[in-house]
Write a protein that binds this ligand. Sequence first.
Ligand code: ZN
Length: 133
Amino acid sequence: MDCPDCGAATIAFEIPGELREDVPGEEPTAALCRRCLGLHPTPEVEASAEPDFTVVSDAFPQGEDEGTIAMVLAVGLLDSFALYRREIEALIERVERAGTDPLLVLDRLADDPGTEPTVDLRRRRRHLEETLE
Ligand SMILES: [Zn+2]
């Protein structure tokens, strides 16, 4: 599936059951755009059981564990920070519990010339930092 917003390739993945409560909507799968980092519903058949998010950016942790997918979902929801603040906070907590520094990931994403995020990652990072304190 290509991104409905910018037309770039996406990476489709399954949302682990324990994360679904922290994600809006009922879909068990989602797709992250490799260019604009938008999150989109995707047909279940396209989802990879072992997605490699480092093809999107080296900023993402390697592997497909719960922490990595929580980080990907949080980034995808940052576009609607005010609306999904509770979900984003819950996801970010999971990222931290998995041993990844979510703010560092956002810094590295913002510095990655291979992506063109539609959201202002540095601004969102500041918001996030305030909510984590
Ligand atoms: Zn896109």
